[in-house]
Design a protein around this ligand. Structure first.
Ligand code: NAD
Length: 289
């Protein structure tokens, strides 16, 4: 069993760390928010007043933090304080450039490091069924696998440093475009007098099928568990989709790519998030009538 330092015990990190305890690991945790610390302690995590103390005896250091600036600052603090030979895993969603930068800083200190962002949301974090998209060297990936396992439904090695974040932004850009397209289809169908269930049955059995309709259907009825049946309570909040599309647009700009649909989706979600950041991202359909 491994001694793991877990930094960032929020909506995602809290249940992920709890699953590592359940798997028999010794988990040391830190979060600046007292409520997060209290819940972590109830889940068997030994907490410390600062990140530097948390990593002092760690064999693996996992970060699950709000953004790249926070991850970079924290790495600068903890890299000199972490025992030789430790493995660093960053599961936060951050830009590909930031992921490569923290990988470089960890390497300079002699540490193996992977980016391992996730999809599956809080539900997946609690159930231990997250999909991990991992970027890093082969040996680092092999070393990370056993630690990720109790938190994961699926673990995919996507390539070298930053490849996990690259996969995540590409996937979420597709998802945003599809959720808007499905919303447009249901609004158009309604105006043409077509029944929601009929459209659902046709699309899910035909070439337009995708997660955005099959699981996250944006009208109430066809999929009883979709957020549309529950006042668009997330699910995957618009604020998080907006954040991920911002990272996708950074990547589009820094690589000089053309992504006309992704760019338009990012504009629509940015505008929608101004008023509805707490709603599931499938609620974008309400702006399409
Ligand atoms: P959250 O805000 O609930 O948790 C982040 C935690 O980090 C907070 O508790 C905060 O206090 C803590 N933190 C901030 N600065 C810190 C520091 N210096 N040291 C230690 N802890 C610090 O956010 P979340 O929903 O848990 O998301 C975490 C990451 O996972 C984000 O990058 C997010 O984009 C990504 N993500 C979230 C979801 C989701 O559905 N919530 C899904 C996939 C990916």
């Amino acid at each position: 069993m491994t001694t793991i330092a877990f930094l960032g015990l929020g909506n995602m990190g809290g249940p992920m760390a709890a699953n590592l305890v359940k798997a028999g690991h010794t988990v040391r945790g830190f979060d600046p928010v007292p409520e997060a610390v209290k819940v972590a302690q109830e889940n068997g995590i030994e907490t410390f007043p600062a990140a530097i103390e948390t990593v002092a005896a760690a064999e693996v250091v996992i970060t699950m933090l709000p953004n790249g600036a926070i991850v970079k600052k924290l790495y600068d603090d903890i890299l000199p304080a972490t025992p030789t030979g430790a493995l660093f895993i960053d599961s936060s969603t951050i830009s590909v450039d930031d992921a490569r930068e923290i990988h470089r800083r960890a390497s300079e200190h002699g540490f193996a490091q992977v980016d391992a962002p996730v999809s599956g949301g809080v539900k997946g974090a609690v159930a231990g069924t997250l999909a991990f998209m991992v970027g890093g060297e082969d040996e680092a990936f092999s070393a990370a696998r056993g630690t990720l396992d109790p938190m994961a439904g699926k673990i995919i090695h996507c390539g070298g440093a930053g490849a996990g974040q690259a996969a995540k932004v590409c996937n979420n850009m597709v998802l945003a475009v599809q959720q808007i397209a499905i919303g447009e289809a249901f609004v158009l169908a309604e105006k043409l007098g077509l029944d929601d269930q009929a459209l659902y049955d046709v699309i899910t059995g035909a070439t337009g099928n995708c997660w955005a309709v099959e699981t996250n259907c944006p009208v109430p009825g066809p999929v009883p568990t979709s957020p549309a049946n529950n006042d668009f309570k997330p699910g995957f909040a618009t604020a998080l989709m907006n954040k991920d599309l911002g990272l996708a647009m950074d990547a589009v700009a820094s690589t000089g790519s053309r992504a006309p649909l992704g760019t338009h989706a990012a504009q629509l979600y940015r505008a929608f998030a101004e008023q509805h950041s707490d709603l599931d991202f499938s609620a974008i359909i309400t702006s399409l009538h």
